[in-house]
Design a protein around this ligand. Structure first.
Ligand code: SF4
Ligand code: SF4
Length: 192
């Protein structure tokens, strides 16, 4: 069980305690619990609580249950739920907001996911798509654990046998084709 530190400085609940879920709750407040997001989610089979259940927990303010769940961490931002939600709620955005709160609350627990996401997106930004070799190299360097590549090697070999991983190195410097798009999103989100 993860000990949740309620340190978020933003809003507070009725009892004056920091309300770390305020921003996420605002996004999914009109949820009618129809379950369309769960039915649309390709990763639901691996989640310990469904997206619909997660929104119920958010609305009830069940902080410990939410951050001990793997559900939001398994969201791959495919946007199926967002496209199909009958209330047109920004479901994917709410999942991303939970990831951000979790990374702030439990940095040690989510360090690996944060590094994975950052190195993946850096590669996409540089080349317009992920370059698997570059991505793996920077991810392993960021984790500073020389044994880590060995843990991933059985999966890597399986992916290579199926042609899912290309063993090609990217061109020097990348083409920065998506850089304007990334900059626009950073401006919208107010992130560096
Ligand atoms: S699809 Fe939308 S309204 Fe339905 S449960 Fe999911 S978030 Fe709520
Ligand atoms: S965006 Fe995330 S939660 Fe929504 S359907 Fe895709 S993987 Fe599931």
């Amino acid at each position: 069980m993860v000990e949740i530190q309620r340190e978020h400085p933003a809003a507070s609940d009725e009892a004056g305690r920091p309300d770390i879920l305020a921003a996420v709750r605002k996004l999914i407040q009109p949820c009618i619990q129809c379950g369309t997001c769960t039915g649309s989610c390709p990763n639901e089979f691996a989640m310990d609580c469904t997206p619909r259940m997660l929104w119920r927990l958010v609305l009830r303010g069940e902080v410990d249950e939410i951050f001990n769940s793997r559900t939001f961490a398994l969201c791959s931002s495919c946007y199926s739920c967002t496209l199909r939600c009958p209330r047109q709620l920004p479901v994917t955005e709410a999942m991303a907001a939970l990831k951000q709160v979790a990374a702030r609350l439990c940095p040690d627990r989510y360090r690996s996911s944060t590094a994975f996401s950052k190195t993946f997106m850096d590669s996409v930004r540089r080349h317009g798509r992920v370059n698997e070799m570059e991505f793996m190299f920077f991810y392993f360097v960021s984790r500073k654990n020389p044994l880590l590549p060995f843990r991933f090697s059985p999966m890597g070999l399986r992916l290579m046998r199926r042609g899912k991983v290309k063993m090609s190195l990217p061109g020097l410097g990348g083409n920065d084709v998506l850089a304007p798009l990334f900059r626009a999103v950073e401006r919208l989100e107010g992130t560096p």
